[in-house]
Design a protein around this ligand. Structure first.
Ligand code: PHE
Ligand code: FE
Length: 289
């Protein structure tokens, strides 16, 4: 992903040309499996009534609670049968073009490692809990599956046009930190939220952050922070609606963006569809949980 510094220029020792490595499931320790189980149980106390139907359905379809870290050889046939996606392991962050190529081919890249027992609440680099628990359930939804493939192809194009920073914001505010409207209220679908016990609550219940209706061009102008809870969340009407606006040609959007300044995170524009006008108290008090 483009949000972090890349550690490697080319595939490290032991990785294939497409940067994948074996999951080596048999090598996970008992403690590592327990870490998965602990994180899973903790999220399942919080997520019913908070996570989107699509996410909860996906979790169930993949049976990610079979005990311990999921074995990709077991979940991939199920995922592939549902939407044609598979999950592959990579040794860490990969170059953008490698990431996009995997997505364009319906392969989601996951970290192989799991966080240490003293890092349950926060870690900087995505581990297998974030990547698999957070991201993979949504890939069972046909519309989301199509969106993610299109994102991969769109990434290749945006890179050639110098628009990657803008496209990365779309990923950030949907795939990682997206909220959606459902009949019973707002729900979480972003992987960065559903995989975090604290942000799962903050994103929906806290008075601090702004919650704004999703608007493609607006999102692509909005800066984001990677080191703390978000100060703004964007709310989609449905996955289908997200797919519909993003499957259009971004040429005109990119052209319009060229003449516009980036927006600070807490900005509210007169044209915004404001769902919550946040107090920003959390960020103003220094944040960091
Ligand atoms: N429609 C975009 C383009 O024309 C591609 C894209 C699709 C990007 C879905 C992100 C998500 O470049
Ligand atoms: Fe992620």
């Amino acid at each position: 992903m483009s949000d972090f510094e890349h550690v490697f220029e080319k595939p490290p020792e032991g990785a294939a040309a497409d940067w994948t490595i074996p999951q080596n499931w048999a090598a996970y320790t008992e403690v590592e499996h327990q870490t998965w189980d602990t994180l899973y149980a903790r999220q399942m106390k919080i997520l019913p009534g908070r996570a989107s139907q699509a996410f909860l359905r996906g979790l169930e379809a993949l049976d990610l609670n079979a005990g311990g870290i999921p074995d990709f050889d077991v979940i991939n046939p199920k995922l592939q049968a549902l939407t044609g996606w598979t999950v592959v392991c990579v040794p860490g962050l990969v170059p953008d073009e490698v990431f996009f190529d995997h997505l364009a081919n319906r392969r989601f890249v996951s970290g192989q490692f799991i966080r240490k027992p003293d890092q349950l609440d926060y870690l900087q680099e995505p581990d297998i809990f974030h990547d698999v628990f957070g991201h993979v359930p949504m890939l069972t939804d046909p519309d989301f599956a199509a969106y993610m493939e299109a994102y991969g192809k769109g990434g290749q194009r945006a890179a050639s046009l110098g628009m990657l920073p803008n496209l990365a914001r779309l990923y950030w505010y949907t795939v990682e930190f997206g909220l959606m409207k459902e009949a019973d209220g707002l729900r979480i679908y972003g992987a960065g939220i559903v995989s975090s016990a604290t942000e799962s609550v903050f994103a929906l219940d806290d008075a601090s952050p702004n919650r704004l209706g999703f608007d493609l061009e607006r999102v692509m102008r909005t800066l984001y922070r990677i080191d703390d809870f978000q100060q703004v969340y964007f709310v989609i009407d449905s996955i289908e609606a997200l797919k519909e606006v993003t499957l259009k040609d971004f040429g005109p959007v990119y052209a319009a963006l060229k003449g516009q300044d980036d927006l600070a995170i807490e900005t509210i524009l007169p044209t915004d569809n404001v769902i919550t006008h946040g107090t920003q108290a959390y960020a103003e008090n220094g944040g960091r949980f």
